[in-house]
Ligand binder design. Structure first.
Ligand code: GLC
Length: 605
């Protein structure tokens, strides 16, 4: 065994590192062949209270640099949406990660940090990364094996930059499409989210840490975030416990069966009690009844909301959240205040040391399982996978399978050889719009924000005949065989996407479609959106309607369906309402939708 420890020391030195301390470098917790529980016990026996409390903090990179993280013995760092190094390149991410890791390893116990990001549809903060369809499109595929492969490809690109942890998949069950996070849901049926939790195995592998590309997954947001009244983000889910369990809890059971490494708690409330202070649902149901043994993580500054005043963190908020069972607290800033209040509560005995030990044990267990003590740095040999042809081909297949054909009078499929096509619309040539929120920035944005193929570029690649494009439809005439209008939503994320009045096409989009129709040319409408859009009064005037969802960077997959390279197989993951006044409208509630849950045409039928 000493030889092995010696090897560990040599490898640390080879990495330009000074071992944490000579004595600790020979400690049992450094022995990779020892069982994880014994390594955890040994390490915890060596930790001061300060060492332990620091492990319960996850701080935004903007608020704490490597030295600060090391000085406070902080256990985890995150990049919130759009919090990127400059330049925003995979190599710069790996350099940033390794700087945090080196500082953490250079402390007496040398406990590595866990770094987390929202890689929710690819490594979406990073320019040049492959951006996959958002979850609502993946739900339309009904293909969990494809979704697992999406998770695995994402994990490769994430691990290449060093990052250990993705705050994904969102297993929210979206029950009211006014909700701004509907597109982060796999759909309105619990079984669909449960099935698609297969993505966890893609991220983690069959056993966390067994493969160098394995990253921690996060089932979020526990529990009932998609069921808030009126679809208000971070609102109140008013349901009986039976209904809460039937609709919103089941996907978390499936995630735990897949050994998900962490669960993120929801900002929302259940019958008026905030989830971040819900001891019954976290400690009794999640940890005890469902047997969840991973890390329960807060949402971003979520505990600041518990006392009603978001601005100031209070002792009561720290006490209530930790005693409710949260193990790690995600903070934008305030880590020193949080640690001061936590220390105060522990000293006063209002947070028992046993609760702290449970939390720290869970965090350290994941660090050992991830192999962080043995493999602390970015897997730079994987950098070539970021945005690779292989991953983009997989993304294109995911786009194909997500496309959901809702109307078609025969205008589709187009002929690549013969059809003279005119393309128009606000979302035809815009990578940012077709990727949606959580892309390069938190909210996403229009424009050429990263590398990829717009839907127009995809059409031009697939069609052999010349393709004419004008965003507004100017220049259309009867010489064309078909017109394609690519329209829909512009990027948003979270509460900024809440739409209490419902979602309809903009005047600009409707004018563009009208201009195309005036030429007498058949019009196929391609709807790029994160949720159903109210189209009832217009759809009879259209020759085809294709729900494209938020396809990401590989717009060629949309063109493949339009030109029959791929026969559409997508099935609605959410009921498509006649009018927003029908919301919430979900499978089984016997309302009369425009298109029911599970609906989708192919070219054969
Ligand atoms: C956000 C989201 C959550 C995300 C976290 C970190 O507010 O609610 O889904 O993982 O912050 O960016």
């Amino acid at each position: 065994m000493p030889a092995l420890v010696g090897l560990a020391v040599v490898s640390l030195l080879a990495g330009g590192l000074t071992p944490a301390s000579a004595e600790n470098s020979r400690a049992l917790y450094r022995d990779a062949s020892a069982p994880v529980p014994q390594r955890v016990d040994d390490l915890m026996s060596r930790m001061s209270v300060e060492d332990k409390l620091g492990q319960m903090v996850q701080i935004e990179r903007d608020a704490a640099g490597p030295a600060d993280v090391a000085d406070h013995r902080i256990g985890s760092v995150l990049s919130g949406g759009g919090s990127t190094p400059t330049p925003n390149t995979p190599e710069a991410w790996a350099d940033m990660y390794d700087r945090y890791q080196r500082a953490a390893l250079d402390t007496p116990l040398g406990i590595p940090v866990l770094y987390g990001v929202d890689a929710v549809h690819g490594h979406n903060n990073v320019r040049t990364a492959t951006i996959f369809p958002h979850n609502i499109g993946l739900g339309a595929t009904r293909n969990p094996w494809l979704v697992r492969r999406v998770g695995a490809a994402t994990a490769e690109e994430v691990a290449a930059t060093g990052i250990d942890w993705t705050f994904s998949p969102c297993l929210c069950v979206a029950r009211n499409d006014r909700w701004g996070r509907t597109y982060e849901s796999f759909g309105e049926a619990p079984w669909l989210a449960s099935t698609m939790s297969e993505e966890i195995t893609g991220y983690q592998g069959h056993r966390l840490g067994d493969d160098p590309t394995s990253i921690m997954a996060t089932a979020k947001h526990y529990v009932g975030d998609g069921g808030t009244t009126g679809g208000v983000d971070q609102g109140d889910t008013r349901l009986s416990e039976r209904e809460l369990r039937r609709i919103h809890l089941e996907p978390f059971r499936a995630a735990i069966e897949r050994d998900v490494a962490s669960v993120m708690v929801s900002y929302s409330s259940w019958n008026g009690t905030p989830l971040h202070a819900h001891r019954y649902l976290i400690r009794d149901v999640l940890k005890r009844e469902l047997g969840f043994d991973g890390v329960v993580l807060s949402d971003y500054d979520a505990i600041h909301q518990l006392d009603g005043d978001d601005s100031t963190l209070t002792a009561s908020e720290v006490r209530r959240s930790i005693n409710s069972g949260l193990d790690m607290i995600m903070l934008s800033t305030d880590h020193e205040r949080f640690l001061h209040l936590l220390r105060q509560e522990v000293s006063a005995g209002t947070i028992p040391m046993s609760r702290i030990d449970d939390a720290v044990r869970r965090v350290l267990t994941k660090k050992f399982e991830m192999g962080l003590f043995e493999r602390p740095f970015a897997q730079r040999d994987l950098l070539s996978t970021v945005g690779s042809d292989e991953h983009r081909a997989l993304a294109r297949q995911a786009v194909r399978e997500s496309q959901t054909l809702l109307e078609n009078d025969g205008v589709l499929p187009l002929s690549p050889e013969e059809d003279k096509v005119f393309v128009a619309g606000s979302n035809a040539d815009d990578i940012g719009n077709q990727s949606g929120g959580w892309t390069i920035s938190w909210q996403g944005s229009s424009g050429a924000i990263t590398e990829g193929t717009t839907i127009l570029e995809g059409i031009r690649q697939v069609s052999d005949a010349p393709v004419t494009y004008d965003r507004e439809g100017d220049g259309i005439d009867s010489s064309y065989d078909a017109a394609i209008a690519v329209v829909g939503e512009k990027p948003y994320a979270e509460y900024r996407g809440d739409s209490p009045e419902g979602v309809r096409l903009s005047r600009q989009d409707l004018d563009t479609i009208a201009k195309l129709r005036e030429s007498g040319v058949p019009v196929a409408v391609v709807l790029v959106s994160g949720r159903p859009v109210e189209v009832t009064e217009h759809v009879d005037d259209w020759n085809a309607l294709l729900a494209s969802w938020l396809p990401g960077t590989q717009g060629g997959g949309v063109a493949d369906v339009l030109f029959g390279e791929y026969d559409p197989t997508g099935k609605l993951p959410v009921t498509w309402m006649r009018s927003y006044e029908q919301q919430p409208i979900n499978v089984g509630d016997r309302k009369d939708p425009l298109y029911p849950f599970g609906y989708g045409l192919s070219y054969r039928n």
